[in-house]
Design a protein around this ligand. Sequence first.
Ligand code: CA
Ligand code: ZN
Length: 302
Amino acid sequence: MKTLDSKELFYAFSADAKPLMTVAQGESFALETRDCFSNQLCSDEDTVDTLDWNDINPATGPVEIQGVRTGDIVRFDIEKLEMTGKSVMITLPGSGALGGISQTTTRVLDNEDGVLTLPTEKGVLKLPLKPMIGVIGVSPAEGSIPTGTPDTHGGNMDCTKIGQGASLFLKAAVDGAMFGCGDVHALMGDGEVLVCGAETPARVTVSARAIAARELPTPFLETEDQYIAIASAETVDKATEDATENMFRFLTDIAGLSEGDAGRLMTLVGNVMICQIVDPQKTARFEFPKAVLAELGFAGIE
Ligand code: CA
Ligand code: ZN
């Protein structure tokens, strides 16, 4: 399988990105990813004071998807998501949404046998892993967007639903799409309030192909049981409104519901959820159950 090493990385999704690997549509490929601190924190004694802040949020790639043209909607199937090292977490005064935190700490944590082992001062917790990809995206139409920032191209969305088995739909803004990902978390809660989850190096196996649909509001996610519209904006308010609007467009334009039916169903069985509230733009999602659409005869996105 074609594989990119974690040294083959970038720090901004760019319109003029040059591919480090080219794959065919439908071909499985693997990306080895570093954690969001670029694997710089190896023990509890390595604090953020020694961190090179220029080497943060690396994404592995870019990968060119052969035959994908500007404007195509590309489906990225996340076939496998494997942890390849321990997890690390930091606390930093004023970090994330916890302005009141005063301790600078690093914790390197075991993530074997399906659990994150978290020593606390009141005992050791074993927390079930829920691996997810924090940074995942394609080149924007123009300029460059740091890997730490989420937007319509994807990027640092920190969406807990982007895990193994999920399919992420993104719009190619340049030929070949120029895909990359990184910032895998072994476990994270919605919000990412500390500005980190259990940051973990990983191996991500993906396949990608352009789909026939042209109007899908992206980024869009399909999981085993949900359709999910994802949006990022300057405020959480705006991100939730955009995600909601995008789901409404999906239900009316793609799934063929009337506006009234879409609105009723969204308010009855749809959920507005927060992805993260700590990045340069905030990210929200709107989740809608696939089973409801299947019952109404919707056969799927393609
Ligand atoms: Ca992140
Ligand atoms: Zn992260």
